[in-house]
Design a binder for this molecule. Structure first.
Ligand SMILES: C[S@@+](CC[C@H](N)C(=O)[O-])C[C@H]1O[C@@H](n2cnc3c(N)ncnc32)[C@H](O)[C@@H]1O
Length: 237
């Protein structure tokens, strides 16, 4: 069999929110690359897919540094892309898993930029975190004529304010470490009652806050924390 590479979205956290296609592919892999948050640390993505893995699959965890040093990051992306290509050239069925969807705020896209678009590559979509959060919180992402912006809270305060003014619905990702400023901005724009905060959606530690006014600015939040805003869906009571 000729080698193939699959980039697989694992979905937001619960193992049964992975697609049937991804689960079937994972069960037939020779090698699986699983990103870990820390060097030598556990991989959440791996824990999500573990039940679909065959004993014959070799698992390689890889760490992508979050450092500000672009050269250091580029070196790891170069090395990982080269390793993936090498495995495919040896005729192996290779998987690379990524949380949520592979094409949304994901390290996978830096590997894609290096690998290009060979016929041996398939990208399998996953349920994004914000799709899962909308369902868990029962808050529509967008309705009728509404526009939806997906923002990373790593952008400037001004860019966030502009998105919140321009769009009826906004997904605010990467809230971790920035909640106090975002809460103040939502209050300033009179959007605090149209927002829901969710941490670790679909995972055992899932938490949902519907009354953001009552959440202290210094509330400890995990890295997996996201706010959804829908201006037409104000909190009742
Ligand atoms: C690097 S991005 C990954 C996004 C992912 N590719 C997706 O499709 O959702 C990480 C951010 O996604 C959001 N996120 C991912 N999983 C989440 C979850 N289970 N619950 C809440 N937010 C989550 C958080 O905002 C987190 O800071």
């Amino acid at each position: 069999m000729s080698g193939r590479l699959y980039a697989l979205g694992t979905g937001p956290g619960a193992s049964d929110l992975i697609t049937v296609r991804a689960a079937r592919i994972i069960g037939k892999l020779d090698v699986l690359y699983a990103p870990a948050g820390r060097k030598g640390g556990d991989s959440l993505a791996l824990s999500i897919v573990r039940e679909y893995l065959s004993d014959a699959t070799e698992v390689r965890t890889c760490h992508f540094p979050m450092s500000a040093d672009n050269d250091e990051k580029a070196l790891v992306w170069d090395e990982t892309a080269a390793a993936l290509i090498h495995e495919v050239e040896q005729g192996k069925q290779v998987g690379f898993i990524t949380l949520g969807d592979a094409m949304l705020f994901s390290t996978w896209v830096y590997l894609l930029a290096r690998i290009g678009h060979p016929e041996w590559l398939e990208i399998v979509p996953g349920v994004t975190s914000f799709a899962a959060i909308a369902s868990r919180a029962q808050l529509p992402l967008a309705m009728e004529q509404q526009s939806l912006a997906v923002m990373s809270c790593t952008v400037s305060h001004q860019a966030l304010a502009e998105a919140l003014r321009a769009h009826e619905c906004v997904v605010l990702m990467k809230v971790y470490g920035r909640f106090a400023q975002i809460k103040a901005l939502l209050q300033h724009l009179d959007l605090i009652d149209s927002a829901v905060l969710m941490a670790e959606a679909t995972l055992p530690g899932e938490q949902c806050w519907r009354d953001l006014k009552s959440v202290p600015g210094d509330q400890p939040l995990p890295y997996f924390s996201t706010i959804l805003v829908n201006k037409q869906w104000r909190r009742q009571g």
